[in-house]
Ligand binder design. Structure first.
Ligand SMILES: *Cc1c(COP(=O)(O)O)cnc(C)c1O
Length: 369
């Protein structure tokens, strides 16, 4: 086990986030999204915690492979897995997996509805249908829904859902989120007018839930906010970042203005003080971290020169000499959810991508307290 560098995931903080999410959600039940290895935090331990400690009854993933992994590796968990995007419905063998492992696909296009309704083995699998209300990625258009009505009438829809494209922006009357929601209501009316039953509904991801949009539906589907980062700016969600990315200084040295450091010819623009960290793009600290400003042990610094596969450099001002030493612990991000967002913003990306980018070379360490 590697000790210098790790991602520490704190379940007490996850639990506090879940409590806050419950308060935001009102009567709506929570379907936590744990796709992409629970946003890099570890899908299996996070799911075990959510089901065993937080009493979660439905878990959302993106791919059938993720659901199968959960179902096979956690045979004792009493929960349903829902596959939201890569359902692999066209393959007969894959379809039988749904029946065998208590997994439910989200039907998001007419071809898949044909496969779903045409397969006797899925007779008792609940029908979850996704609508395209304006995101224009997956989901039935209103027209496709209309065309499907004769067949939907017999089966009924267990859970009707849609996904917002713009929920990280504060909602205003008439904006994209509002229009998507109106479209969702229109589809519901179309279905009820045509005699198609809809038992349950959901619309909210984190950005929507932060603003309490969609909490009157049956479920909410938070992913990001559970892990800590906020979507809506200015910040409403003050959850904890459940992970912190920790590493350790392996070497320090002063540099004179004009000295090249590492690969290529990245020269120090001023005299400075360098700390070498044993993390690089092989760990998920991608080359785009170059230039990011951080605060380490209270001192401002930046990730300097090219990020290597196994290492990167922090550049401090010369007075860091004596204050930053070999063996010092460095938290690239910590449990304050503003830090990872600040880094992501500097990199012109989003916290999702930073968390999902942490590779398997970084051990995940779970703390309960
Ligand atoms: C990923 C996903 C979510 C969660 O989104 P966050 O922004 O991480 O909260 C919700 N619903 C669906 C369908 C998703 O694919």
């Amino acid at each position: 086990m590697r000790h210098s560098s790790f991602l520490e995931v704190n379940f007490r903080l996850l639990s506090e986030n879940m409590e806050k999410i419950r308060r935001l959600s009102g009567k709506a039940q929570i379907i936590p999204m744990v796709k992409a290895d629970a946003y890099g935090n570890g899908m299996i331990p996070v799911t075990q915690f959510l089901v065993q400690e937080e009493k979660i009854k439905k878990i959302g993933v993106a791919t059938l492979g993720e659901a199968l992994k959960l179902s096979k590796e956690c045979p004792d968990l009493d929960t349903e897995y829902i596959v939201f995007s890569d359902t692999e419905m066209s393959d007969s063998q894959h379809r039988s997996a749904y029946q065998d492992y208590n997994i439910t696909p989200v039907i998001h296009q007419p071809e898949d509805l044909n496969h779903f309704l045409g397969d006797e083995r899925l007779r008792d699998t609940p029908l979850i249908l996704k609508l395209n209300t304006g995101m224009n990625r997956l989901g039935f258009t209103l027209q496709e829904l209309q065309d499907g009505i004769p067949r939907l009438k017999n089966r009924g829809i267990q859970h009707l859902m849609t996904h917002f494209a713009y929920s990280y922006v504060t909602q205003k009357a008439g904006d994209k989120t509002s229009r998507q929601y109106e479209e969702f209501k229109k589809a519901q009316k179309l279905l009820s007018d045509s005699g198609v039953t809809v038992e349950e509904t959901s619309v909210s991801n984190s950005g929507a839930l932060e603003q309490k949009i969609g909490i009157e539906e049956t479920y909410v589907r938070p992913g990001l906010m559970m892990c800590g980062p906020y979507s809506v700016e200015p910040r409403i969600w003050d959850g904890h970042q459940i992970s912190k990315l920790v590493t350790k200084v392996i070497k320090t040295f002063p540099v004179k203005k004009g000295t090249p450091v590492g690969y290529g010819i990245n020269v120090a623009g001023e005299d400075g003080f360098i700390a070498v960290l044993p993390v690089g793009y092989g760990d998920g600290v991608s080359t785009f971290f170059s230039g990011v400003k951080l605060t380490v042990n209270g001192l401002p610094c930046s990730i300097f020169a090219r990020v290597n596969m196994d290492m990167c450099f922090l550049l401090f001002s010369p007075d860091a000499a004596g204050k930053i030493k070999t063996g010092d612990v460095v938290e690239i991000w910590n449990h304050d959810n503003r830090v990872i967002t600040d880094i992501a913003t500097q990199m012109k990306t989003i916290p999702y991508a930073l968390m999902c980018g942490i590779t398997g070379r970084i051990p995940r360490i779970y703390k309960i307290k």
